[in-house]
Design a protein around this ligand. Structure first.
Ligand SMILES: Cc1cc2nc3c(=O)[nH]c(=O)nc-3n(C[C@H](O)[C@H](O)[C@H](O)COP(=O)(O)OP(=O)(O)OC[C@H]3O[C@@H](n4cnc5c(N)ncnc54)[C@H](O)[C@@H]3O)c2cc1C
Ligand code: FES
Length: 519
């Protein structure tokens, strides 16, 4: 789950530092007692703010992030915090940073006590009678939390088919599956959080239909409930194979905590030694890496010539393949499974790979059936406007199912990323409360293979050219995807600052700046 156990560094800020030591427009890392603290100073201004130095998502080092005068962004997964209050403005961090009082004495800055209630209370402009959220995943959870943060005091009900409170889904293929994170870490919030926030959880139950005219949802248990505003955040289903044996108990897909638990149980079963992963997708490869960490022999079967080539291009595809091979993964590329047997996977060339169990990671399909059944406009995703509202007033959609007009191109896009889903949940919540805030976030995702993180900003379903700055073999590179002459997306390996910079440049549409990143 990441972690930043760096020893305390920099000056003791409780004793004070000269203002001149805090870079103009920059960040100074220090500490107060045994807590790491950063001082930030907006450019050209005489103000200094003191905040916790550790990101509340996975403990990323904020002193290595970026600061634009108002907000601080984390170098690891681009969470965004308000420099004045520490508020977690944009996911994946959901919890504010501690904020400290700052005293000026002459030319010195002295950091005092933590400030209580640094984040100001807000009042919504519009108050729906009640809010129902369909889906207990990334977008649903982020929306529920944001409604409360924005001061909404009415009833919130989160209805979710998964029987557990919301989990950190990316972790299910990474540290949790690898055995390096305990199950407690997988939940986004502690057990008592939702009750304390007066968010009602209806878990293990599905919404079967929405009557948008009567503003009611009908649940799979036959009950129904009315809403003032509704969020659909039903996510995706893993694609299931149809070859013989694909529905056998030892053939797993990976979406939920139950799926991850089942794979762990299979890996820990007496005598389990070999796993076959079908699909060189992000989830397939992350599962392969985690199973290698558990000491299993892992074979990956995929139809393409390279892993992830369609998403990341041949250069990064080869790099990722090499990385997995260095860790002992055996690839069977250009191959598909023909059947799953007890103890083996049969490939389409007739060869047999011994396997105690298999993990199928061949992509996902957005769960749009509920929206379709409810008469909402659906076109390869639930169609929403820039405010994430569907074709039915008061009904919003967010996350994997939503197809929205991309701010950069105006083209409708649907994207399956954790941070996009959470930020859409947050935007939809604010818009239910009358904010009229268009969703403009530059898409971001990360993927982790052993100790190598890959960060990706922007969106390029296709490209004309790939340009690389740095050296992939040395695990220090930036890969730019250029379409119609412009850089549409940037992937980085250990170049976190440049990933943050690329995100800002893409947000501003600064194409010359983007070109300079690869020159
Ligand atoms: C193992 C794994 C690892 C991943 N790693 C990464 C990563 O590293 N980086 C990244 O960017 N993305 C990652 N993703 C993708 C990311 O998790 C998804 O994009 C994100 O979870 C989408 O959020 P969502 O809210 O749309 O859907 P989900 O998080 O899938 O939540 C949807 C919820 O809706 C519930 N539901 C569905 N239908 C109904 C219904 N009718 N009634 C009630 N409830 C319903 C489901 O049970 C589910 O709980 C990963 C995904 C998986 C599975
Ligand atoms: S550790 Fe900061 S965003 Fe993930």
């Amino acid at each position: 789950m990441g972690g930043n156990d760096a020893p305390l560094a920099g000056p003791d800020l409780a004793r004070g530092v000269a203002l001149g030591e805090v870079p103009d427009g920059g960040i100074l890392l220090g500490h107060v007692g045994d807590e790491a603290v950063i001082l930030v100073r907006p450019a050209g201004r005489d103000e200094v703010f003191a905040l916790g130095a550790t990101c509340t998502h996975y403990n990323g080092p904020l002193a290595e992030g970026s600061f634009d005068g108002d907000t601080i962004r984390c170098p690891w997964h681009h969470a965004c915090f308000d420099c004045r209050t520490g508020e977690a403005l944009a996911a994946p961090a959901l919890t504010p940073l501690p904020s400290y009082s700052v005293e000026r004495r002459g030319s010195s800055v002295i950091v005092g006590a933590k400030r209580e209630h640094a984040v100001p209370a807000r009042r919504p402009a519009k108050v729906p009678e009640s809010v129902i959220i369909v889906g207990n995943g990334a977008a649903g959870n982020a929306a529920a939390e944001m409604l409360r943060r924005e001061g909404y005091e009415g009833p919130i009900t989160m209805i979710g088919a998964e029987p557990t409170r919301p989990v950190d889904r990316p972790n299910l293929s990474k540290d949790y599956l690898a055995g390096s994170a305990p199950e407690d870490w997988v939940f986004l919030r502690p057990e008592d959080f939702y009750a304390a926030q007066h968010i009602e959880l209806a878990l293990g139950v599905r919404v079967a239909a929405v009557d948008t005219a009567a503003r009611r949802v009908v649940l799979s248990d036959g009950s129904s409930k009315s809403y003032g505003a509704l969020l659909l955040a039903t996510g995706s289903d893993p694609v299931k194979l149809t070859v013989p044996g694909a529905d056998a108990a030892h053939v797993h897909t990976l979406r939920s905590l139950a799926d991850s638990r089942a794979i762990i149980a299979a890996a820990q079963a007496a005598g389990a030694a070999r796993a076959v992963v079908i699909g060189a997708s992000f989830i397939g490869l992350e599962a392969a890496a985690s199973l290698r960490v558990r000491g299993l022999e892992v074979h990956v079967v995929a139809p393409g010539a390279r892993p992830l080539e369609r998403v990341l291009g041949p250069e990064l595809g080869d790099f990722i393949r090499g990385l997995h091979e260095e860790h002992g993964v055996v690839f069977h590329l250009g191959r598909k499974p023909a059947a799953f047997e007890d103890g083996a996977v049969v490939l389409d060339d007739g060869s047999r790979l011994p396997a105690d169990f298999a993990v199928v990671g061949v992509g996902v399909r957005p769960r749009t059936e509920l929206a379709e059944r409810s008469g909402l406009k659906v076109d390869r995703g639930v169609v929403v406007d820039a405010y994430l509202e569907t074709s039915a007033p008061g009904v919003y959609a967010a996350g994997d199912i939503a197809r929205w007009p991309d701010a950069a191109t105006g083209e409708p896009v649907r994207i399956e990323h954790w941070v996009v889903a959470e930020r859409q949940g947050q935007t939809a919540a604010r818009n239910m409360l009358g904010r009229r805030e268009p969703f403009r976030t530059v898409p971001f995702f990360w993927s982790q293979h052993y100790d190598v993180p890959i960060n990706y900003v922007g969106h390029a379903e296709s490209w004309d050219r790939i340009e690389i700055a740095g050296d992939l073999a040395a695990k220090d590179a930036l890969v730019a995807y250029r379409r119609a002459g412009r850089i549409a997306a940037v992937a980085t390996v250990y170049r976190d600052k440049e990933s943050l910079e690329a995100e800002s440049l893409l947000a501003r549409g600064d194409h010359a700046g983007l070109d300079a990143l690869v020159s």
